[in-house]
Design a protein around this ligand. Sequence first.
Ligand code: ADP
Length: 211
Amino acid sequence: MELSARQKKIVEIVKENGPITGENIADFLNLTRATLRPDLAILTMAGFLEARPRVGYFYTGKTGAELLTEKIKKIKVHEYVSIPIVVNESVSVYDAITTMFLEDVGTLFVVDGEGLLTGILSRKDLLRASIGQQKLSAIPVHIIMTRMPNIAVCRREDPLFEVAKLLIDRQIDGVPVVRDKEPGLEVVGRITKTTITKAFVELVTDSDQHL
Ligand code: ADP
C-alpha cells in the first residue's frame, strides 16, 4: 500500500509526538480534524498507527514490509480452501482422466471405502500410465497413484503461507486439506498453486481498495 504525502506526514508527526490526539495532529497540519479522519482511519487499519481511546495515536514502529508480512502470515487455509475432487482407489485410470477433465482440476485425491485418504493423482501420473500399451479402463488408480504416507497435506487452521512453501519444497501443484478421522485422514478441501495466486492477487486488490 502506497501512502499519500499527507499520510506520510501524519506518520512522521505521530512518530515524533505520539501519543497525540487527532485534534493536535490536525493543528500541526493546519487542517480540521474532520479532514484528517479518513487518513487516520486508513493508517490505523493498515497498522501504521494505533489508536487508544482518550490517549491518542501511537506509532506502531512497523514498516510497510513488516505489516505486509504480518498480514500474509495471518491468512489461514480455511479462508481460501476449495472443494476437493476425490475418486475411489478402485476406479480405472480411464475414469480418473475423465473426472479430471469434467471437474477441471489438475490433482485428484484418492480415498478408500471409508472415505479416508490413500493417494493422489496428478496430470503427469495419468499421462505416464497412458503412454504404455495397457488398457486404461482395466488399470485401477491405486496401481499408479502416489500413496500414503508420502502425501503432503495441510489443515484448515494452517497458515496459507506454510502451504505455499510446502508446494515449492515438494515441487507439487496441490495438497489435500485434511482432518483426523480414525484410523486415517478425511479429505475436506484442496489448496493448489491457483489458490496461492488468488490470495496474492487479493492482497494487492484489497490494499488498493483501502486507498
Ligand atoms: P504434475 O506431475 O502433473 O505436474 P505435480 O507436480 O503436482 O503434478 O505432481 C508431481 C508428482 O508428485 C506426482 O507423481 C504426484 O502424484 C505427486 N504429488 C502431487 N501432489 C502431492 C502431494 N500433495 N503429496 C505427495 N505427492 C504429491
